[in-house]
Design a protein around this ligand. Structure first.
Ligand SMILES: Nc1ncnc2c1ncn2[C@@H]1O[C@H](COP(=O)(O)OP(=O)(O)O)[C@@H](O)[C@H]1O
Ligand SMILES: [Mg+2]
Length: 325
């Protein structure tokens, strides 16, 4: 199959990219792990919603055919917004700036993922990579960067939730982004996925020297002794050869609350609030949610983890921008 995009068409868009970045603090966060099921979409949705709730303008881009952020934020059945990745695929293939599909919370815009990314982008990107290996022209590496960087100043934060299985998509995200955050569980295969990310970062750096590996998030960890947690943290940091620290805040393992979030299309703080409203109104309430008190309590604890992680992430970005580490 021949590549559909003529990379020469990218040039006008790509030429605007360096001028957009000059002197401005990077605001594009890449959430990536080479393994599925490690919390990428859940984390991306919670960070995006949390920052939007605190008044920021946020764009969440799901670069994944899985389309789980649509479930996490409850717009799966909203045909006007959930386009299965079509707008995103069209923008990349037509070398145009990315248009969000809609606003799913005040201040939170989305570019959904879905089947169009499988069918179009992954095939196209692999074709481009093959063509580039013969021509030596690296312009294709900037397909996503051109599409996303040109709109970066319209938002306070852009979050890219990247598919685990596609090397080309991961590299595209890292050429487009500023900060990489890797959620991981503590098992062997998630840690293998973590090491994959360090390879992708190395591939992207020649094209995007400002990319920073911000940190690792321990995701869905049990309430193990602090000694055990400390051992996991140092193992993860040595997996990436000290390239990035593990955030102090871990996301706790609370299966039922996590399921309630995805089932209802709400983030943890919304489940907590809706459950409280449900308890006040009694059964039959429309605005409220009827869940076990234990689920409401763990949703509250989970919401606290995400708030504290979001705060830590902003603190670390702020310190690096100020010249620290
Ligand atoms: N705090 C949590 N504790 C336990 N399981 C969780 C938690 N948060 C999310 N999950 C579950 O983890 C699974 C994978 O999450 P997801 O974000 O879709 O991963 P990925 O995007 O990396 O494939 C989902 O089934 C989700 O319900
Ligand atoms: Mg996902």
């Amino acid at each position: 199959m021949a590549a559909a995009v003529n990379v020469a068409d990218l040039e006008p868009l790509r030429q605007r990219v360096p001028s957009l970045r000059d002197g401005s603090a990077g605001n594009i966060i890449v959430i990536c792990n080479g393994k599925g099921g490690v919390g990428k979409s859940t984390l991306a949705s919670h960070l995006a919603a949390g920052w939007a709730f605190s008044g920021a303008r946020v764009l969440l881009v799901e670069m994944d055919p899985q389309a789980n952020t649509a479930e996490d934020l409850g717009f799966t059945a909203n045909g006007g917004i959930n386009d299965n990745g079509k707008r995103q695929a069209d923008a990349v293939l037509q070398c145009l700036p990315l248009e969000p599909a809609g606003e799913v919370r005040p201040g939170l815009w989305v570019a959904p993922g879905g089947a169009y990314l499988e069918d179009v982008i992954t095939e196209e990107l692999y074709c481009q990579r093959r063509a580039a290996s013969q021509s030596g022209d690296p312009t294709w590496m900037y397909m996503y960067a051109s599409t996303i960087r040109t709109i970066a100043r319209e938002y306070d934060w852009i979050i890219l939730d990247v598919a685990p299985g596609s090397a080309v998509l991961q590299v595209q995200a890292m050429v487009a982004g500023d900060w990489v955050i890797v959620p991981t569980r503590s098992d062997v295969s998630s840690r293998k996925g973590l090491r994959t990310v360090t390879r992708r970062i190395a591939e992207a750096l020649p094209y995007n020297p400002d990319l920073t590996f911000l940190g690792i998030v321990l995701f869905a960890v049990g309430a193990s002794a602090s000694r055990v947690q400390a051992r996991i943290r140092s193992a993860l940091e040595s997996d990436v050869q000290g390239a990035a620290p593990v955030f102090d805040t871990a996301i706790r393992h609370v299966e039922a609350a996590a399921q309630a979030c995805r089932t209802h299309g709400l983030v943890a703080s919304e489940v907590e609030h809706a459950a409280r409203a449900g308890e006040r109104e009694g059964s039959g309430a429309h605005a409220g949610l009827s869940v076990d008190a234990s689920v409401r309590k763990s949703a509250a604890a989970l919401a606290k983890d995400y708030r504290s992680l979001a705060y830590e992430i902003l603190g670390r970005i702020g310190r690096i921008n100020a010249g620290g580490s």
